[in-house]
Design a binder for this molecule. Structure first.
Ligand code: UDP
Length: 424
């Protein structure tokens, strides 16, 4: 198609004020953030990603853009036009899977189409007035290779490339090489072939000003869960709130819960894993397995189909209302559900995944449980000693404020933007 528009501007109308978030920083960080922001004042930073709705990157940008703007940095966000030929997204989906290690074959014809769209993207990007261009993830990655302008280019990779499928990686690597800076959210996601000097790691963070991080009383939360989910409000409630996924190990949670029931027969378990993707056969399979196991017990509640539910509100209420939150993951890049619960004053009992260990210090702000028996023991401990749980919850919240809130992530961004100008 000629004259095809491949970029779409995403309108972000939310407005915030620096005072709303500067309070979450130490005096030293606040000073640094304001100094860097004043250096960047009037500069224009443009983010490009695959989609304006759905997915972690869109969520991130929806929040980041208002923060930058509030600091006087002109920021815009463009996504790939969802109306373009679906073929492109089928190809980039294959590239995504290959980068995460799947042995996917990508034909020459596919590469030609991928590059054709990226050439069009570059042509449109060149017309955007900006000082720094930030490309997120592989979909628009090759645009960087076609950009004729001298502006600084940053590539943000939100996926795990450590064991990328070689034939695809060999095509992708030179394109990443044209960027001035390369950012990952986890050092374990970095492929060893990448140029070390350009790399930075930005640990994920949550936006304390977003409705998703709302803190409500336990009483209100339990009332909501009773009304919307039929979960009794007056029994101890254990919860895991995350996608039905093999690596999140919901089956292990059920095993632990059965052990807990021998000491606390009145306890209830809720597994909340709303299926937001239209087409996610893997989650449906795991859900079916879990449902088959959970059906045998009236004390286990599971939520998968979002129909008729306000997913965000239900999630927030479960995070606020549970007596014990677990996140039993075996493998996890980070696990936002952990930090979200910790922000709400919940000390989380996590599985042994590396992303979870970044957030939980065993025995201080939560626990790490290696086996169902371990998990059951920690759940019992919290149920038996609410004062201890409360104290660890306070420590958990302090951890979030210190390490995992948006203002710190904004500071990470400002540092890298400023470094682009300094290296001129
Ligand atoms: N989430 C949700 N409702 C659910 C399950 C998950 O809103 O039923 C959200 C959760 O609050 C978090 C995100 O989905 O913001 C999951 O992010 P995480 O990093 O924990 O795991 P991922 O699903 O990306 O592996």
């Amino acid at each position: 198609m000629t004259g095809e528009k491949v970029l779409k501007k995403i309108i972000v109308s939310r407005q915030i004020h620096p005072a709303d978030f500067l309070k979450f920083l130490t005096e030293k960080q606040k000073k640094e953030l304001l100094t860097r922001a004043s250096f960047l004042k009037g500069k224009r930073v443009v983010h490009i990603n695959a989609t304006g709705v759905g997915g972690g990157v869109a969520e991130l940008l929806k929040s980041l853009i208002p923060y930058f703007r509030s600091l006087g940095i002109q920021s815009d966000w463009y996504s790939i036009n969802p109306e373009i030929d679906k073929k492109f997204f089928d190809i980039t989906n294959k590239i995504h899977n290959a980068l995460q290690g799947a042995p996917v074959k990508i034909s020459n014809k596919d590469w030609v189409e991928y590059q054709r769209v990226n050439k069009l993207l570059a042509a449109e990007i060149e017309k955007i007035d900006c000082d720094i261009i930030v490309i997120n993830d592989p979909q628009p990655l090759f645009a960087g290779t076609y950009l004729g302008f001298e502006k600084k280019k940053i590539f943000f990779c939100h996926i795990d490339t450590s064991a990328a499928f070689k034939p695809v990686w060999e095509k992708i690597l030179p394109a990443i090489g044209v960027y001035d800076r390369i950012v990952f959210s986890n050092s374990e996601f970095v492929n060893g072939d990448l140029p070390h000097s350009k790399l930075k790691i930005f640990t994920p963070a949550i936006d304390p000003l977003s409705p998703k991080q709302k803190i409500v009383s336990k009483k209100e939360a339990r009332r909501y869960l009773k009304k919307q989910g039929g979960i009794p409000a007056d029994y101890p409630l254990v919860a895991q709130i995350s996608r039905f996924d093999i690596w999140k190990n919901p089956l292990g949670v059920i095993q632990a819960f059965r052990l807990v029931q021998s000491t606390h027969p009145e306890a209830r378990l809720v597994l909340v894993g709303f299926n937001k993707a239209k087409d996610n056969p893997a989650a449906a399979v795991i859900y079916k397995d879990i449902e088959a196991v959970a059906k045998k017990s009236e004390d286990i509640y599971i939520f998968f189909d979002p129909k008729g539910k306000n997913v965000e509100e239900f999630t927030i209420m479960a995070q606020n209302g549970a007596d014990v939150i677990v996140q039993n993951s075996i493998k996890e890049g980070f696990g936002l559900t952990v930090v979200e619960a910790m922000w709400k004053g919940q000390p989380v009992i996590g599985g042994p995944a590396s992303g979870i260990r970044k957030q939980i210090t065993d025995g201080e702000n939560g626990f790490i449980a290696e086996t169902p028996a371990d998990l059951a023991e920690r759940i019992n401990l919290f149920l038996a000693d609410p004062a201890k749980k409360k104290k660890m919850g306070e420590t958990a919240k302090k951890t979030v404020i210190k390490k995992f809130l948006f203002p710190r992530l904004v500071l990470d961004h400002l540092k890298i933007y400023q470094s682009c100008f300094k290296s001129k």
